[in-house]
Design a protein around this ligand. Structure first.
Ligand code: S0N
Length: 316
């Protein structure tokens, strides 16, 4: 069966008129779980060469992969790491070919403990924020990345192996979906490390798992296994480590075959209640983009350029 056949709603149809209802009618199991071939590495954008991350795209599956690449410190992030993710995410957001973004880490299990991200790199934590010599003044740049992830109209999938801790844990929570290896471990450490994230770090936790569990997460700083995290509502699915790449590919392939505008509208709507005016702005931006595509909208521009009064009603 070809990809386009699998993407058809008819693919999983049972020809019997009396077939019992089945969740497999969605055809999800028919989608290939061969891992994505990241055949288009993007080592640099413009003159900037990535140092702390790797960035790649697939020419077969319309996806981008952004991966932490600091295994020696369990992918703890510096301002440079975050700036590089911001650059890659902006490129993936703007590239019409990209439909889904994966945020993950490069694992080197022979040498280092597997990790998604162990949060802010404490060696460059200064007064008032993080400073690795690249910031004008110490700042919490990761907060800007969180907002950028929320505003990205494309689904962002956190693929988690090993530790997702502190600011790294927040980045998976802010991602739209989380797919985890059975070896994943999740937790906040802020109150043990003299810090806290009172923005998305707390509010997203409460939205995902409820107030009591979010308070447990932050007040006790306990760590949770992948299956515990799934039961708490912060992980979508857990797979054996050697199956994770293939199953992630299946999720990605289903999303890139779905309507990009519908996905962007859903993401904006799901963000809106939590994000206040910023959420309404994201939703409004989607509506305005669609309106720009209409004859009614174009009439306003055309009338101005033709120095005449607009006749919107003629374009309804
Ligand atoms: C993850 C842990 C439990 C793993 O333990 P394990 O397996 O025993 O490994 P280690 O030997 O501890 O680590 C291996 C090497 O990696 C280095 N390393 C690990 N984490 C960090 C880190 N966060 N910063 C710098 N280095 C790190 C180790 O030092 C070690 O290196 P070597 O071999 O050279 O000694 C364990 O590693 C652990 O507990 N790590 C710390 C996890 C943590 O607490 N992270 C949270 C840090 N803070 C944030 O993320 C805050 C982020 C933030 O920017 C923010 C944003 C908005 C608002 C507020 C904040 C805020 O500041 O909170």
């Amino acid at each position: 069966m070809s990809n386009s056949d699998v993407n058809s709603m008819a693919a999983a149809r049972n020809p019997s008129r009396t077939a019992p209802p089945t969740p497999r009618r969605d055809g999800f199991h028919l989608i290939s779980n061969v891992p994505i071939d990241w055949d288009k590495p993007v080592p640099r954008l413009g003159t900037y060469a990535f140092r702390d991350i790797t960035y790649s795209k697939s020419s077969v599956d319309a996806a981008a992969r952004i991966a932490f690449d600091r295994a020696q410190v369990l992918h703890a992030f510096t301002p440079t790491t975050i700036r590089e993710i911001q650059m890659a995410l902006e490129d993936a957001t703007d590239d019409p070919y990209v439909g889904v973004v994966i945020l993950t880490s490069n694992i080197d299990a022979e040498q280092y403990t597997p990790a998604f991200c162990a949060g802010g790199d404490q060696t460059v934590r200064g007064d008032g924020g993080y400073q690795d010599g690249t910031e004008i003044a110490p700042k919490l740049r990761v907060l800007d990345l969180q907002i950028q992830m929320r505003r990205c109209p494309k689904p962002i999938v956190a693929q988690v192996r090993g530790y997702a801790i502190g600011g790294g844990h927040i980045l998976h929570m802010v991602s739209d979906l989380t797919l985890a290896s059975t070896n994943a471990v999740f937790g906040q450490t802020g109150p043990r490390m003299g810090s806290f994230d009172a923005g998305y770090g707390c509010t997203t936790a409460a939205a995902l798992m409820g107030q009591k569990r979010a308070r447990e997460l932050w007040f006790l700083c306990k760590f949770y296994s992948a299956h515990e995290a799934q039961a708490m509502g912060m992980v979508n699915a857990v797979y054996k480590d050697d199956e994770l790449d293939g199953e992630t590919a299946r999720w990605v392939r289903r999303m890139i075959s779905n309507s990009p505008t519908a996905l962007a509208g859903c993401k904006a709507a799901l963000n809106a209640a939590q994000d206040g005016a910023a959420g309404i702005s994201q939703m409004g931006g989607e509506i305005t983009r669609l309106f720009y595509l209409s004859d009614e909208s174009r009439e306003g521009r055309d009338a101005f350029l033709e120095k005449r009064a607009p006749n919107f009603r003629s374009k309804l």
